[in-house]
Write a new protein. Sequence first.
Length: 367
Amino acid sequence: MARTVCSASARPAPATAPQGERTCPSADDQMGAQRPSPVLRGGGFCSNTMRSFFSLSPGMAFLKTRVLYACLLVVGALCVYFSMDTLVAFKEGPLVYKKEFGKFLQLPDADCRQKPPFLVLLVTSSLHQAEARMAIRETWGRERTVRGRQVQAYFLLGMSASKAEMAAVARESQQYRDIIQKDFEDVYFNLTLKTLMGLEWVYHHCPQAGFVMKADSDMFINVDYLTELLLRKNKTTRLFTGHLKMNDVPIRNKFNKWFVSKYEYPWDKYPPFCSGTAYVFSGDVASQVYNVSDSVPFLKLEDVFVGLCLAKLGIRPEELHSKRTFFPEGLRFSVCRFRKIVACHFVKPADLLTFWEAVESSREEQC
């Protein structure tokens, strides 16, 4: 008859018990036999997730583990990406512009060396904004003589991968002779290239222009009042004016439209500049900005880039008038108000035609 061998201390059984003897479980084994299996308490997300994870079959658990590792790899890659600008910001200098970048595709049939205009209007436009260009040609862009001074307007365009769009622009250029176009991609963040293209054209073909205005295509520009204020100011050199931005700082949020990395611009504050919706150079400053454009950090924010060029030249933006005349945020229309402004943003082509007709027809009326 088999004997049960147990000691009072319930010490562990030997690895090999004598034949015919039954061994007792150790104290640890006895405790383990009575110990309940782990229970994840609470009904929270984590506990429920862990419970479902450990109850999976081995195949599903392996699959979920692979998914978890993949997610961790993605998160790690994103962390590296979002910290990249701080890692490489000072390894090499910021980008710089190369003068005479790209090839001209369309040029206006004009050379103003013989008869320099008082004011050149450079309008940044896109290929699909034909309606806006036509509205400008019928309003403030049609002006040829204002207060006895000559005015000329030109449209600045990039290129498109669409052959139909390019062909339409070529026909438009042939008809109106007012388009300046180069072979860079026509996208929002190439506004700096587009503006420099216009200044390059002025530098080579119209260096004696009295003043140069750069304006967006969704603007109301009161050319008559602008001319009046420029004549009244009586400053023909080292002038840059518009809606002043004196204390702007770089936006470092990567999800913001105007994000600028430390690699592009390592400093903490922008120099003074004017809103890119509309600003005015004296002719000499327009040429000087083009001249120094390859010696400052290149930025996709065209108005800030122009401000960097001005800082390099030691030229400070200034007000055109003691009262505000530039409205980059837009302005509610009234005839009397628009007769005494220079520029208003967010004006649709149909509204531009209406506003212009109302202002022009009221020139002799009192406000």
